[in-house]
Design a protein around this ligand. Structure first.
Ligand SMILES: NC(=O)c1ccc[n+]([C@@H]2O[C@H](COP(=O)([O-])OP(=O)(O)OC[C@H]3O[C@@H](n4cnc5c(N)ncnc54)[C@H](O)[C@@H]3O)[C@@H](O)[C@H]2O)c1
Ligand SMILES: O=P(O)(O)OC[C@H](O)CO
Length: 342
């Protein structure tokens, strides 16, 4: 089978290295011609994943047509804001029975669409063959072959199991899940909470604060997810709490790191200017804020992070507002009504 990995940032490079260990023909598409030459000659990606030697089966190209034309499976691993334009460019190139795996974690601004929805719009011929890969997966650790678990989600069980089989290796364990909505929302929204975790650390707060943030963060993610048709159990799984733990606690997390910088007084524009790496939580906060309004869901943490990022609110004031907002139950009112708790 011929596989194409589209996008050679940290994640695309790590996934190409995984696939190249199992399959004989993997092509990694690199946007920059100069970086493509460098990766091809050194067999590693010094800009995004230094130290990860690519298996021989991985070929490098800067030519999208060359990568896509014979591919039975394509992994889209660009940042989320580039998924629509990338899928549109792939439209005249792909085979009609190709399987597309989205590896990006984000939501489109303004349309607030999930990545698989965008891919289906741009690549309607393969709309029934779209899967999502998401979980607690830092590229740096996958590159080191550190044991990692992830989830392949698709509406079709056959496609989810095909993707599972394609990626599964002794250090890379893949579960399947039918809840593509929940898996994509969990992956996109955990980045907002990771910004908060970084802010919390940067302000000098301890484990109590971070645990509260993660737990209440998951509660608001689940609330929105359920309103959008997701299975609440998905948020208790690898792509939910699993990824939330990884991203809020890891030294590798760009979103957590960006939160530290926000606490130090930098603006999100300054943070973005200082790194070539994508910080998905910045856009995701804007999109989630739109979704909270659209579905009329209370998302207090997301709302405060939105105000810090886009309305110049100080992180300290945001924390105070969260801690002193109207008192409430931990359990949703609707669940309390069912318990008849008087
Ligand atoms: N890094 C990880 O550990 C990890 C793990 C799981 C999922 N993800 C997700 O994968 C996606 C990619 O993240 P990453 O960490 O590889 O990013 P990265 O910051 O390491 O690299 C970004 C890559 O995207 C390319 N790029 C930027 N704008 C582009 C455009 N308009 N068109 C095409 N390519 C463009 C850059 O050239 C670069 O190769 C994100 O959605 C991220 O959330 C990342
Ligand atoms: O580095 P982060 O915070 O963008 O997170 C990367 C991955 O989503 C972790 O699973």
């Amino acid at each position: 089978m011929h596989i194409a990995v589209i996008g050679a940032g940290s994640w695309g490079t790590a996934l190409a290295s995984v696939l190249g260990q199992k399959h004989s023909s993997v092509m990694l598409w690199v946007r920059s011609g100069k970086l493509a030459e460098l990766i091809a000659s050194t067999r590693e990606n010094p800009d995004y994943l230094p130290g990860c030697k690519l298996p021989e089966a991985v070929q490098i190209t800067n030519d999208l047509a060359k990568a896509a034309i014979n591919a039975q499976l394509l992994v889209l691993a660009t940042p989320s804001h580039a998924i629509r334009e990338t899928a549109a460019k792939l439209s005249p190139l792909i085979q009609t029975n190709a399987v597309i795996v989205n590896a990006a974690k984000g939501l489109e601004l303004n349309t607030v669409k999930r990545m698989s929805e965008i891919i289906a719009e741009e690549l309607p011929v393969v709309a029934n063959n779209i899967a999502v890969l998401s979980g607690p997966n830092h590229a740096e650790e996958v590159a080191l072959r550190s044991p990692t678990a992830t989830v392949a989600a698709a509406e079709s069980r056959k496609i989810a199991e095909y993707v599972q089989e394609t990626f599964m290796l002794p250090f890379f364990r893949v579960y399947t899940n039918p809840d593509i909505v929940g898996i994509e929302l969990a992956g996109a929204l955990k980045n907002i909470i990771a910004l908060g975790a970084g802010i919390s650390e940067g302000l000098g707060f301890g484990d109590n604060a971070k645990s509260a943030l993660m737990t209440r963060g998951l509660a608001e993610i689940t609330r929105l997810g359920m309103a959008m048709g997701a299975n609440p159990l998905t948020f208790a799984g690898l792509a939910g709490i699993g990824d939330l733990i990884a991203t809020c606690t890891s030294k590798h997390s760009r979103n957590r790191r960006a939160g530290l910088l926000l606490a130090a007084g930098k603006t999100f524009e300054q943070i973005q200017d200082e790194t070539s790496m994508v910080v998905e939580g910045i856009r995701a906060t804007k999109a989630a804020n739109q979704l909270a309004t659209k579905y009329n869901i209370e998302m207090p943490i997301t709302e405060q992070i939105y105000q810090v990022l886009y309305q110049n609110k100080s992180p300290k004031d945001a924390v105070l507002d969260l801690m002193t907002r109207t008192k409430t139950n931990e359990v949703e009112e609707v669940a309390l009504n069912n318990l008849n708790w008087n």
